[in-house]
Design a binder for this molecule. Structure first.
Ligand SMILES: [Fe+2]
Length: 179
């Protein structure tokens, strides 16, 4: 099997027009398509697995191949209005690679963007070379910046081979898929 590339990452937002001010105007993503009107109907509901689904979306280019899909559902699932914590099943985050993480962080902060922490520096272990920090979009959804300073390819390949040799057997995970 060969899956070609990540076509898009989809995030559910509370207000499409508000999120466009962040992802387009601040982060700088260009439109692949303008915001759609509201989609609804039994085929959509079946397709997305949400009864009575009604949604609109916009696609924004991140780079030459990948887009960000922002989706606003009406109504959204009944929640507290806050995003789930990062350790919830299904919680997601999207990470953008940058040349200068400190400069990008400072620029975003000048727009009022809130970061969880200072830049974390990792120089040992499997993630050696990572400089990373989380921030949040207007809904509080998790995003991340990474400056990938270096990659110890041979060390990683050896460690991956070691992992594959010693991992728990597939039989430990039967059934592999929940019903
Ligand atoms: Fe990440």
């Amino acid at each position: 099997m060969k899956l070609n590339y990540v076509h898009h990452v989809g995030l559910i937002c509370s207000d499409l027009d508000r999120s466009i001010y962040f992802y387009h105007d601040i982060l700088g993503f260009q439109f692949q398509n303008e915001p759609t009107g509201w989609f609804e109907g039994p085929e959509l509901a079946k397709g997305v697995g949400v009864p009575n689904a009604k949604l609109r979306q916009v696609s924004l280019w991140v780079d030459d191949t990948t887009t960000f899909e922002l989706i606003e559902y009406s109504p959204r699932a009944d929640t507290t209005g806050k995003p789930v914590a990062n350790n919830h099943l299904g919680a997601a985050h999207v990470c953008f690679e940058v040349d200068d993480i400190h400069a990008t962080k400072a620029e975003l902060e000048s727009h009022g963007v809130v970061f969880n922490s200072d830049v974390n520096v990792v120089d040992e272990g499997p993630l050696a070379g990572w400089r990373w920090c989380y921030f949040t979009d207007p809904d509080g959804l998790a995003l991340e910046l990474i400056q990938w300073d270096y990659y110890k390819k041979e060390e990683r390949e050896a460690a991956v081979a070691e992992y594959l040799k010693n991992r728990p057997p597939l039989s430990a995970f039967k059934p592999l898929f929940n019903k």
